[in-house]
Design a protein around this ligand. Sequence first.
Ligand SMILES: C[S@@+](CC[C@H](N)C(=O)[O-])C[C@H]1O[C@@H](n2cnc3c(N)ncnc32)[C@H](O)[C@@H]1O
Length: 455
Amino acid sequence: MALPSTLNRYLLLMAQEHLEFRLPEIKSLLSLFGGQFISSQETYGKSPFWILSIPSEDIARNLMKRTVCAKSIFELWGHGKSPEELYSSLKKYPVEKMVPFLHSDSTYKIKIHTFNKTLTQEEKVKRIDALEFLPFEGKVNLKKPQHVFSVLEDYGLDPNRIPENPHNIYFGRWIADGQRELIESYSVKKRHFIGNTSMDAGLSFIMANHGKVKENDIVFDPFVGTGGLLVASAHFGAYVYGTDIDYNTVHGLGKASRKNQKWRGPDENIRANLRQYGLEKYYLDVLVSDASKPSWRKGTYFDAIITDPPYGIRESTRRTGSQKEIPKGIEKCPESHVPVSLSYHLSDMFFDLLNFAAETLVLGGRLVYWLPVYTPEYTDEMVPWHPCLKLISNCEQKLSSHTSRRLITMEKNRDQYSHLLSDQSLPYQGHNSFREKYFSGVTKRIAKEEKPSQE
Ligand SMILES: C[S@@+](CC[C@H](N)C(=O)[O-])C[C@H]1O[C@@H](n2cnc3c(N)ncnc32)[C@H](O)[C@@H]1O
C-alpha cells in the first residue's frame, strides 16, 4: 500500500503476549489520539516488529502512554533484510531529519536489540562500528544520553530454528516505552481487595484500551465483582461506577479469597482498591443490583461499558426473581411467593447486556466484554449482535483445550433501532450450555488423568 508522504514511519516493538489483542489495542488507541492505523505491512500475525505510519511524534508518544501491548516505539530511519540493505536504506533517510539528533552538542548511545538470538558483546560492538557512516557528531554517553538509537535484529519466531543471519534489521531513534510496568505495579497479587475472579491487571488495561477509555469519561461495569476493570479505567482518568448482584462482594464482606485469611477485613472493598493506587477521586459508587433488571431511567450515561460477566464456572449466573417470572413447575408455591433468585441463562445475559449498552452508551461509546465459548462448536455467527452496535474486534483467549473466552469490542453507531429488530436479534441459545460443556471436558480430562492409577 502506498503511504501518504506526510506520514513518518515508526517501528513498534510489541510484547509477545496476548498476541490477538495487540492489533485492536493499537488501532483503538490511534483512533483515540487522532491518528489512523496505516501500515505497509500486510499482516501483524505473531511478529514483535510492526512498521506503522503516524502523522506526528506526539501521537506516537500518546500511544505509548497507554499501550500495554507494545514495549517501545522508534522513529524508523532504515530497514533492510541484510546489513547492506539497511545501510543503503539509512543513506536514503533525509539528513535534515537526522541532524537535530546528531549535532556536536548532543549526547547519544546506540543499543543493539535482538529477537530470538543472543549476540556476544564483540558482535554488538561490530554492529555499532558499522554505523560509522552516519553523521554522528555528538558525544557518546552511556549513562544519561539525550538520544538513544537502536539496531533491532529479527531472527524469526522459531527458537528451534534460529537462522545465522536476521530476517530483518531495523535502525531507529527511540521515542518512548509503553506501559508494561503497569502489569506488575497493579498486579492482583498485591491488590488490597480481590475475589476468585478478579481480572488480571494486564487484561484489564487491554480492555480499557479496547474501550478507548479517556480522561473524564464515565465507565460502568454491571458485573463489577472486586472492581478490577474499574481500577484500570480510573488509572486512565475515567470516573467509574459498578453494580453486582452479590451483596457481600459490593460491601466487601464474607469469606476472603486469599489463602491464610478466613474473612475479609474491615476495609476490603472497591473504594479501598482505588485508594491503594491514588485513584479514589475517580470512584463514583458501587451498588447491589441485578443486571437483568437495570434500574436506570432512559438516557445515555456511559462513555464505555467494560465488563466480565459470570460464566457460571467460579461464580453462579443468577438474577433476582419476580412475581411475573415464577418458573413453570413450581405451581405448589403459594401465590404470594416470589423466588429469591432464578438462574440467568448466558444467552439472555448477553442479549440484555447488548440492549443495555445500546440504550445507555453515548454515540461512539464502546462495550467491551468477555464471551465464553466452547471452541469445537464456535463460529463467528454466534457472537451476539445488535443493530446499534458495530463489532470492532473479537479476540480469543484460550482457557482449556476445548473452551476459550473471546474479548468482544463493539461501538454504538446508531441511536434509534426498534424498527431494525428482527428475529435474528434473538439470543443464540448455545451459550447456555457453556457450563456443562466446560465441565464435560474437565470431567473427561480428570477421568483420563485418573485412569493409570486405577489400573
Ligand atoms: C467474573 S465476575 C467479575 C469479576 C470482576 N471483573 C473483578 O475484577 O473482580 C462476575 C460478577 O458478576 C456478578 N453477577 C452474577 N450475576 C449477576 C447479575 N445478574 N447481576 C449483576 N451481577 C451479577 C457476580 O456476583 C460476580 O461478582
